[in-house]
Write a protein that binds this ligand. Structure first.
Ligand SMILES: O=C(O)CCC(=O)C(=O)O
Length: 219
C-alpha cells in the first residue's frame, strides 16, 4: 500500500508541475494508518449511516470495498454510489493533501450506507505524513492568483484535533485552521514531535499527561 501510494504521489506531483519526487520525498517517511471497517446489517438503514459524511483528514486514502457496496461520494450537489469493481481500489484525496497543494486538489466528501441484509466490510489505507513533519504547501503553489489558504500544521496536531476535539465532517480543515490560530493567539503549544511519538505508541492517559507537562512548561 505504501508503494502504491508513493507511485500515486509521483503522478500527483507531475500533475502540479512539481518534481515527480516532490511528494514522494515528503511521504517517504510516514505515519500511515490501516483500518478495517465492519458494517453489520441494519433493520432501518434509512434512519442511520454506516459512516457519516466526511472528508478524510489524512492525505490519500486507498480503499478496498467488498462486493456489497455502500460507499457514496458527493459531487454535483448529490450523492453517487461507487460501484464495487473487482480488483480495483478507490482512491480519495484527503484534507492534508488539500493543504499541501494550497487547495488546488480538493478532499473528497464521502459516506458509507448500510443495508438490511448483508454485512459489509471495507479496508482503508490512509497515507499520512510523519507526525511532526510541517505540512506547508510547495512554494510554486502559492501565488497572487492562489493566495495561502491554510496555516502550517503537523499531522500530529490534526490527528489530535480530529480524535479529541472535532469529529471529522465536510468542514474539518476550515475548523482546524481556526483552532490552530486560536491556539497560537492564546500562546498554547500545539503538541508535536517527541511527545506525539509517545502518544502514537501509548495510551490516551499518556497523551493527557504529556500535554499537561508541555503546557505547564510553557508558562
Ligand atoms: O467503508 C467505506 O467505504 C468508507 C470508509 C470511510 O470513509 C473511512 O473509513 O473513513
Amino acid at each position: 500500500m505504501n508503494k502504491v501510494s508513493q507511485e500515486i504521489m509521483g503522478m500527483l506531483g507531475i500533475s502540479l508541475v512539481l518534481d515527480q519526487a516532490y511528494f514522494k520525498d515528503f511521504f517517504e517517511q510516514n505515519d500511515s494508518i490501516l483500518r478495517l471497517n465492519h458494517y453489520p446489517p441494519c433493520q432501518k438503514p434509512e434512519l442511520t449511516l454506516g459512516t457519516g459524511p466526511h472528508t478524510d483528514p489524512t492525505s490519500l486514502t486507498i480503499l478496498q470495498q467488498d462486493q456489497v457496496g455502500g460507499l457514496q461520494v458527493f459531487a454535483d450537489e448529490k450523492w453517487h454510489s461507487v460501484a464495487h469493481i473487482p480488483g480495483a481500489f478507490v482512491v480519495n484525496i484527503g484534507d492534508t493533501f488539500m493543504a499541501l497543494t494550497n487547495g488546488i486538489y480538493k478532499s473528497c466528501l464521502h459516506r458509507a450506507v448500510v443495508n438490511t441484509e448483508t454485512v459489509r466490510k471495507s479496508l482503508a489505507f490512509f497515507l499520512c505524513p510523519k507526525l511532526e513533519r510541517p505540512v506547508t504547501p510547495a512554494a510554486g503553489l502559492v501565488n497572487a492568483a492562489n493566495s495561502r489558504k491554510y496555516p502550517d500544521f503537523t499531522w500530529a496536531a490534526l490527528l489530535e484535533f480530529t480524535q479529541n476535539h472535532y469529529r471529522a465532517d465536510m468542514k474539518t480543515l476550515v475548523a482546524f485552521s481556526k483552532w490552530v490560530q486560536e491556539q497560537e493567539s492564546n500562546n498554547k503549544l500545539i503538541p508535536y514531535g517527541q511527545c506525539w511519538a509517545l502518544w502514537a505508541w501509548g495510551t490516551n492517559k499518556q497523551l493527557l499527561w504529556v500535554n499537561k507537562v508541555r503546557l505547564e512548561g510553557d508558562k
